[in-house]
Design a protein around this ligand. Structure first.
Ligand SMILES: Nc1nc2c(ncn2[C@@H]2O[C@H](COP(=O)(O)OP(=O)(O)OP(=O)(O)O)[C@@H](O)[C@H]2O)c(=O)[nH]1
Ligand SMILES: [Mg+2]
Ligand SMILES: [Zn+2]
Length: 356
């Protein structure tokens, strides 16, 4: 069992394996439905049993990198046949609310999710907010990594800005290319702990992995100056064992992050708005134009950043849009509501100008 423990096997998963549970393995890579996994005696390819494939209601019920599976060995003992995905402790999933078929599981059983961004064009607080929402709602801990600080003379300013925008989230500045600023990351990359790097293509996720491993295992993408897209980019998700015992999943860059069912995460990202809203007069206050709204009041008093509030409203709007596509009955309702959002915003602007 030693190798399994190295890969994070513990009593939680053992308990779910049960007596006739088959052999436990952890998925370390997946490419077009082909899986590789680690068992107590080493690496092996894994195929899905027909039952697992056909019983799955959507991608969420199929194995992803980081998953623990119960497998049966083929007669020659060389291939694992996955019969069951063991219950996950956390999941990184992107997709569309209410549309399980369009969901994509990026990683499973992750302790820490590093959101990698850079000091150049990639830096975008609104996008970071989406990542945080996705990570929190899946039960993992987000950490923001501000990479390529060698490219920006005032990265300290950006770091401070990010710190203000995301109170309570660890943020580290680094230069993955030259291996600077990596020491603080050891705190997350402890033996048997699993981390994943997420972020746009070309931000340096694979570079970071290579530095931490101390070998150039992952091919890097050259960044084209014209559009900042990587050329030799990572094309599949893969888990690596670091020299100090931590596990790190490298992922391909995400072009677009759809929010999916991240409502619980959303409320964490906007914890300040959540706290304020406990003082709103109405319990179902939407903080747009309701009388006695503590959120609008804070906005008016300058205690809440306008951009942060705007992001909150935008994300809510997007979520609602996605849900509305599933449910025509909500359409009329939502239209009315967003009318009032705009009315509310005009109201706030008036307040600011002292017109009311
Ligand atoms: N100047 C500078 N360049 C960096 C740094 N980190 C990575 N790079 C460069 O950025 C380019 C892209 O890095 P990758 O590690 O391939 O990026 P990635 O996030 O893995 O990209 P995808 O696999 O496409 O998602 C490479 O040319 C790296 O050398 C850094 O700290 N500073
Ligand atoms: Mg990469
Ligand atoms: Zn309110």
């Amino acid at each position: 069992m030693e190798l399994l423990a190295t890969y994070g096997w513990n009593s939680h998963f053992a308990q779910h394996l049960g007596a006739d549970g088959g052999m436990p393995v952890r998925v370390i890579s997946e490419q077009r439905g082909l899986y590789r996994a680690v068992s107590a005696s080493g690496e092996l390819p894994v195929e899905l049993s027909g039952r697992l494939r056909f019983d799955a209601a959507g991608p969420r019920e199929l194995p992803a990198v980081g998953d623990w599976l119960a497998v049966r060995l083929s007669p020659d003992g060389r291939i694992g046949l996955a019969v069951r995905v063991l219950p996950r402790k956390s999941v990184i999933a992107r997709g569309t609310a209410g549309r399980p078929a369009q969901e994509q599981i990026l990683a499973a059983n992750v302790d820490t999710a590093f959101v990698v961004t850079t000091v150049d064009r990639d830096f975008n607080p609104r996008r970071l907010e989406r990542y945080l929402a996705m990570i929190w709602s899946g039960g993992a801990r987000p950490v923001i990594l501000l990479n390529k600080i060698d490219l920006h003379p005032d990265h300290a300013g950006l770091l401070a800005q990010a710190g203000l925008a995301f109170p309570g989230v660890d943020i580290h500045a680094l230069n993955a290319l030259h291996g600077r600023g990596l020491d603080p990351l050891r705190e997350y990359l402890k033996p048997a702990h699993t981390s994943v790097t997420l972020g746009s293509s070309g931000v340096g996720k694979s570079t970071l992995l290579n530095r931490l491993i101390g070998q150039d295992l992952q091919r890097l993408g050259d960044v084209r100056a014209s559009d900042q897209r990587g050329r030799h980019t990572t094309s599949s998700r893969q888990m690596f064992l670091l020299p100090n015992g931590g596990l790190l999943i490298d992922t391909p860059g995400l072009r677009e992050l759809r929010l999916g069912d991240a409502a619980p995460g959303l409320s964490r990202t906007f914890a300040d708005i959540g706290t304020l809203s406990t003082r709103c007069r109405f319990r179902d206050c939407r903080h747009t134009d309701e009388p006695g709204c503590a959120v609008l009041e804070a906005l008016h008093d300058g205690l809440l950043a306008r951009s942060h509030y705007d992001n909150y409203i935008k994300l809510l709007k997007e979520q609602e849009y996605q849900r509305r596509r599933e449910d025509p009955a909500m359409k009329a309702n939502a239209k009315r509501r967003w009318k009032s959002v705009h009315k509310g915003l005009r109201f706030v602007q008036k307040l600011k100008r002292g017109e009311e």
